[in-house]
Design a protein around this ligand. Structure first.
Ligand code: SAJ
Length: 440
């Protein structure tokens, strides 16, 4: 296959079909990364066991159903389970390849990485790992985490030959009977996971060179993009750098939006014009940065080099402070009314998805309601009931026409497709706070 050319789902790639049919893969964690990866591998001929601590997820997958929303995933899971190549369980089992795809959040109180899920997954597979097996960490992780997986495995299984970190020695010959340990960070965009899983280039880093080569060989069996080979620390840092790059650039846009408000300049027009310069590409301001990736991963860099990561830390702080700025604008607008009704449009962390994790919109709505700025209405076309963070406070989930009819202040928080087509006349005589710049 030509490097970079997209691979069709279900088409054979490089490993002979017969070899792949024999290989067993155990995927630890069946979330937004683990489940699509497990299903894709199953449709490529691997025999895959997906493992999760969530009994409901395990049960629904075994019935061919999905517990998360991602375009095309339902069809892929159904076909993977139907082929007999994918099953789910709460317990791991022996395999040729183990993939760890468990969450790596940061602690809210001090922004330090929480790596207990990786430790637990490593402990769980340890009794099943055998000589010649490949263990891959896919979770986005702070630098040195793959080495920590290797260390923990060798403590639990002193009988195995677990590699130590070697860097670019060029000795790619494997030790007889060694275990291979590598990192290959996922890089897929929620909403486009199935396409990006196949099409994106992958960075594969080994604890030693033999592990890097073994892992690269595995990814080349189902990835259409290029597979780039390095050591595990570079692969770990590469993923963090990608997300921190985006965070820093969004912080620049968010800071500009605050400065422009003070100077009475339309930030959207300003950015549009600045971006006409051939070497300028300012991103879009918003109500803040959400999701479980860009709002989290830069902290991993800060945590490993706190005295040097000054720009990266500041960008995080700028983006984290943007929801307060939006709440302040709502407060000032609401003060013009005796009994203000405030309609907040959107709760998810970005457009056209149902994912509310780390969403600045949820934070803003919570503050508007709990600080008593007015009667608070919420429109979110992708959910049926309010999330726990809003369940016990005075917030009404309503449909769009109801919200627009009743509101004095309309706060656009997410640029969902449904909101783009709002008739401008319905906004007349209301105060509009458009944090995404879709109605200008
Ligand atoms: N956002 C803005 N302005 C922009 C772009 C984004 O405010 O111009 C906000 C979004 O509204 C959202 C947040 O940033 O709240 C993040 O959204 P996103 O679409 O930029 O990224 P994610 O978090 O969905 O996915 C990212 C991707 N990383 C990069 O693009 C470098 C994806 O490729 C990663 O795989 C994913 O993080 C991950 O899993 O780490």
């Amino acid at each position: 296959m030509t490097p970079g050319a997209p691979a069709e789902l279900g088409s054979p790639i490089t490993l002979p079909e017969a070899k792949r049919m024999r290989e067993q893969v155990c995927v630890m964690g069946l979330g937004y990364i683990g489940l699509p990866t497990a299903s894709l591998l199953a449709t490529k001929g691997y025999r895959v066991l997906g493992v999760d601590v969530n009994a409901h997820a395990v049960d629904s997958i075994n019935h061919g159903n999905v517990h998360i929303v991602e375009p095309g995933l339902d069809i892929l899971v159904k076909s993977a389970v139907g082929s007999g190549n994918l099953s789910a369980s709460m317990e791991p089992a022996p395999a040729d390849v183990f993939i760890l795809a468990v969450p790596t959040p940061v602690r809210h109180e001090d922004h330090e990485p929480e790596l207990s899920y990786i430790d637990e997954a490593t402990e769980a597979i340890a009794p099943h790992v055998a000589p010649g097996n490949l263990v891959i960490l896919e979770s986005t992780s702070p630098v040195r985490t793959t080495e920590q997986v290797a260390r923990l495995l060798s403590e639990r299984r002193p009988d195995l030959k677990i590699p130590q970190r070697t860097r670019g020695t060029g000795h790619t010959d494997a030790e007889p009977d060694q275990v291979f340990i590598a990192h290959c960070p996922e890089r897929v965009l929620p909403g486009q996971i199935l396409r990006e899983l196949v099409d994106n280039d992958r960075v594969v880093g080994g604890v030693d060179d033999a592990s890097a080569q073994r892992a690269a060989e595995f990814y080349r069996t189902f990835v259409g993009g290029q597979v780039l080979v390095t050591d595990s620390r570079t692969a770990e840092m590469c993923k963090l750098v990608e997300n921190a790059f985006r965070d820093v650039n969004i912080a620049y846009a968010n800071e500009l939006s605050i400065i422009c408000e003070q100077l009475d300049i339309n930030v959207w027009e300003l950015i549009e014009f600045a971006n006409r310069h051939p070497r300028v590409n300012v991103l879009r301001p918003g109500p803040g940065v959400g999701g479980h990736c860009i709002a989290v991963d830069p902290w991993f860099i800060v945590s490993s080099a706190p005295e040097h990561a000054r720009l990266i830390r500041t960008a995080r702080e700028v983006n984290d402070s943007k929801p307060c700025f939006v709440v302040e604008s709502v407060r000032q607008s609401a003060e013009r009314y005796k009994e203000p009704v405030i309609a907040c449009l959107g709760l998810s962390f970005k457009a056209d998805i149902d994912d509310l994790r780390e969403s600045p919109a949820v934070e803003i709505v919570r503050h508007v309601a709990t600080e008593g700025l007015g009667t608070t209405l919420v429109v979110e076309p992708h959910i049926r009931s309010l999330p726990p963070a809003l369940a016990d406070i005075d917030v009404e989930l309503v449909d769009l026409p109801t919200a627009l009819k009743r509101a004095d202040v309309v706060v656009l928080l997410v640029d969902h497709r449904e909101f783009l087509s709002v008739e401008r006349e319905t906004l007349l005589r209301k105060v509009v706070i458009d944090t995404r710049g879709i109605w200008r």
